[in-house]
Design a protein around this ligand. Structure first.
Ligand SMILES: Nc1nc2c(c(=O)[nH]1)N[C@@H](CNc1ccc(C(=O)N[C@@H](CCC(=O)N[C@@H](CCC(=O)N[C@@H](CCC(=O)O)C(=O)O)C(=O)O)C(=O)O)cc1)CN2
Ligand code: MET
Ligand SMILES: [Zn+2]
Length: 768
């Protein structure tokens, strides 16, 4: 019998119940115990949903109040010393302190989980780091599942991935050296799970999808030798990989003393044969055949054919699963009542995907005829999607054909443009600005919700949003910033907002996906050729500009970020989709310029995230991604200043490509890493202007003027002050106005102080 299982279920709740509860707890509206009760209810509900979908082996340990990596840090007692954890159980206070920071301690760093839009809390390691079981939450969850009659498979992040994804806080230290300290604690966790009668543990080692050095691979051998074998009673281990092919490691993985492997057949279908060849008789092989990263209904006919082929080699040892955890997928398509029924029929969310897994299991176990109806329905939906006229737009197709080299080139090189722009805008040295959004207050969100429900007329809604813009402009005048933004009040999200206005996109009511902590996004669904029927942002920006003499930045989301943060079509190359998006944005840029807007920011926070996990594939991606950005941004005059913005990523390895994008100014997130990121920009001699973030906007902590000044001084050491801008790390939509005003006042003050220092220095240099 082929067995069906799931690697992880979305924990946020179909209606974002976890988000509401967490935020109520942080506000102090409910206490810790009430939070725990609600969380347990959600887990219970999710287990029942999975059982009802027909899944044989259901995961526990995939739940987290904030993040699964942070859960591991708590379980392993690896709280950084600066949080003074002591030797007690790591409780919720400390857990949230690590995630969100406190008055005295900045939060732990947060970064992208592989190539997803999910963010994890980065473990901090140094030579003094030691491990111990410091949280019993996981073990309690196993017991909770048992109460429902579920014998769960427990999910853990593996020791190599845990170390690999962390960062060293001491120069010269190698975090792999901690492995020997880590393994006994993992073994203890496994033994404790075995004593709770846990039969299977899924141990996730997605780091194998990256290009890793041999010492890390040797560490893998060492680790799994230590986590298996005689002595104590231990659970069976299923080592799970996902997001990329791991067939380059097939020989090593087959030899590991684990009881099974999981591989991703959606991202890397070709790796199946390599694994089937001589697959050890002692191991199960789990095939990730249903795409956990996208929302399209599966081709069940083809999936069944693949599985049948594998079954003839593996027999009983074949397991069936989604490609990765369903964390990256919305919960339930059934909640979508407004989605066009034709498009809805092409889609599957988490619950539907688990049913697909279950149907495939049935097909394998009972024969094709047992699932004839499901196979037919799947084939019909695929065919309808393929043939639907709404996916194709001849105008867009034709424009793509007509694109030439000149479309991705500005008229003059940067130095010429810089001179013209300086003349036009007359900004001071170290100009101050923000990244785009101002607080999305409850009032703004409620107004939008009321508008959506028809309780507020279009006109009233527009008026309310104009009031917000007016407020934001007024505040910026008072704070004394140099380049303004309109504040993005009218946007639900920087991607969804544009998705809603472009043809070729569908959007959902409840298609939420966790981004970090309690924050979610609702990625729009890009199903067809893109077309911009009319200007999307011009009225708003023009209104903001009418209120001030300071320049107001036009604010757009770039083609790569639109691509990365949407669910995209799987029936054409992503590069083609990116170019279509680029053309739509190019038209918007042109309209903004025509309306007199002189500075236009095209955000590309997901540019780095789009980079393939394997270095061998980088160049190809960078080529089309840079080209798409250039198509979107190059249709303007020399004295129009193009900004871009990136956050949350390690940029140093792609600096030449970032320079190639040719933005006149780039603002980047740097403050959490205390400007470490900038070193690369300095060494590489980044040619254009650059605004390294000096204010970590993801923490409620308000930085002091002195701290920001220090960061700026650090920046001056690697980058010429003439090239520098002063700004926060990212948009301010998650913050409150009082925090923002204080922080920005201090930021402007820090810029003033530095300007004064530089002037004194220059005066002294002249008189010397
Ligand atoms: N797509 C995307 N990816 C991204 C980012 C991003 O900005 N967008 N930023 C980085 C991650 N950071 C993020 C930062 C903030 C939020 C965020 O604030 N999300 C909001 C939801 C934003 C949204 O869609 N808001 C809608 C719906 C708001 C809502 O909940 N409305 C209530 C009613 C209002 C209320 O009572 O509060 C309802 O409909 O029931 C709107 O404004 O219209 C949240 O979780 O709360 C998400 C990601 C990286 N990835
Ligand atoms: C995640 S990048 C965000 C950029 C956007 N302009 C904002 O300020 O919110
Ligand atoms: Zn950002």
């Amino acid at each position: 019998m082929a067995l069906t299982h799931n690697l992880g279920f979305p924990r946020i709740g179909a209606r974002r119940e976890l988000k509401q509860t967490l935020e109520a707890c942080w506000r102090g509206d409910i206490d810790e115990q009430q939070l725990q009760i609600k969380a347990a209810e959600l887990r219970k509900h999710h287990w029942i949903v999975q059982r009802e979908a027909g899944i044989d082996l259901i995961p526990a340990g995939d739940f987290a109040l904030y993040d699964q990596m942070l859960n591991m840090t708590a379980l392993l007692g690896a709280a950084p010393a600066r949080f003074n954890a002591g030797n007690d159980e790591i409780g919720l206070d400390l857990y949230f302190a690590m995630a969100r920071g406190t008055a005295s301690q900045p939060a732990m760093e947060m970064t992208k989980w592989f190539d997803t839009n999910y963010h994890y809390i980065v473990p901090e390691f140094n030579a003094h780091t030691r491990f111990r079981i410091a949280s019993s939450q996981l073990f309690r969850e196993v017991t909770e599942a048992r109460v429902l009659g579920i014998s769960p498979k427990v999910v853990l992040i593996g020791p190599l991935t845990y170390l690999y994804l962390g960062k060293e806080t001491e120069p010269g230290f190698n975090r792999l050296d901690l492995l020997a300290h880590l393994l006994p604690v993992y073994r203890e966790i496994l033994a404790r799970l075995a004593s709770l009668d846990v039969e299977w543990v899924q141990i996730d080692e997605p780091f194998l999808a990256l290009d890793v050095d041999d010492d890390w691979l040797d560490g893998l051998d060492q680790a799994y030798a230590a986590l298996t074998g005689a002595g104590t009673k231990l659970p069976k281990l299923l080592l799970a990989t996902y997001f990329e092919a791991v067939d380059n490691h097939a020989a090593r993985l087959k030899k590991l003393p684990v009881d099974g492997l999981h591989i991703d057949l959606c991202r890397a279908p070709d790796q199946l044969d390599v694994f089937l060849e001589g697959y050890p008789a002692s191991k199960v092989l789990s095939l990730g055949i249903i795409d956990g990263r996208n929302v399209w209904r599966a081709d069940l006919v083809q999936a069944l054919a693949t599985l049948s082929r594998a079954q003839s080699t593996l027999g009983e040892r074949l397991w069936i699963a989604p490609s990765c955890s369903l964390l990256h997928c919305p919960v339930d398509l059934e909640l979508e009542t407004r989605l066009d029924s034709e498009i809805k029929n092409w889609l599957a969310f988490s619950v539907q995907k688990l049913k697909e897994v279950s149907v495939l299991g049935q097909g394998l176990n009972q024969g094709e005829n047992a699932i004839r109806d499901e196979l037919d329905a799947s084939a019909r939906a695929r065919q309808e999607r393929r043939e639907s006229p709404r996916n194709h737009n001849p105008v867009m197709q034709e424009r793509l054909q007509r694109l030439t080299r000149n479309d991705s080139r500005r008229t003059s090189p940067f130095p010429v443009r810089q001179a013209l722009q300086r003349q036009r805008f007359q900004l001071p040295d170290l100009p101050t600005t923000t990244i785009g959004s101002f607080p999305q207050t409850p009032e703004i969100r409620q107004a939008r919700a009321a508008f959506r429900k028809g309780e507020l007329t279009n006109l009233k809604y527009l008026e309310a949003m104009r009031k917000e813009i007016q407020l934001a402009v007024g505040k910026q005048e008072e704070i004394g910033l140099d380049v303004f933004v309109h504040g993005e009040a009218e946007r639900n999200d920087m991607v969804e907002y544009f998705g809603e206005q472009l043809c070729g996109y569908a959007f959902t009511e409840n298609g939420w996906v966790q981004s970090y902590g309690s924050r979610c996004v609702k990625p729009p669904i890009l199903y067809g050729d893109i077309y911009r029927p009319e200007p999307m942002t011009v009225d708003w920006i023009q209104y903001a500009q009418s209120l001030t003499t300071k320049p107001v930045k036009g604010m757009l989301t770039g083609p790569i970020t639109m691509l990365m943060w949407s669910f995209v079509r799987d029936d054409q190359p992503r590069s083609t989709t990116a170019l279509q998006l680029a053309l739509a944005i190019r038209d918007e840029v042109a309209d903004l310029e025509r309306a007199g807007i002189g500075i236009i920011q095209i955000d590309e926070p997901a540019f780095r995230e789009g980079l393939p996990l394997k270095k061998a594939d980088w160049n190809e991606y960078l080529k089309w991604a840079v080209e798409a950005f250039r198509v979107s941004s190059s249709g303007v005059k020399d004295d129009t200043q193009i900004h871009t913005h990136m956050c949350y990523s390690e940029f140093n390895d792609i600096l030449p490509a970032i320079a190639d994008m040719g933005a006149d100014v780039i603002t980047i997130e740097t403050s959490r890493s205390r400007m470490e990121l900038l070193d690369g920009f300095g060494q590489f001699k980044y040619p254009n202007e650059i605004g390294p973030g000096v204010y970590d906007i993801h923490s409620p902590r308000i930085p002091e003027t002195g701290e920001m000044l220090e960061l700026l001084e650090k920046a001056c050491q690697v980058i010429d002050a003439k090239q520098l801008w002063v700004n926060p790390d990212c948009g301010l939509k998650t913050r409150s106005w009082p925090e923002v005003v204080t922080a920005l006042e201090r930021m402007v003050e820090a810029a003033r102080q530095l300007r004064a220092q530089i002037n004194t220095f220059q005066t002294e240099a002249l008189s010397a």
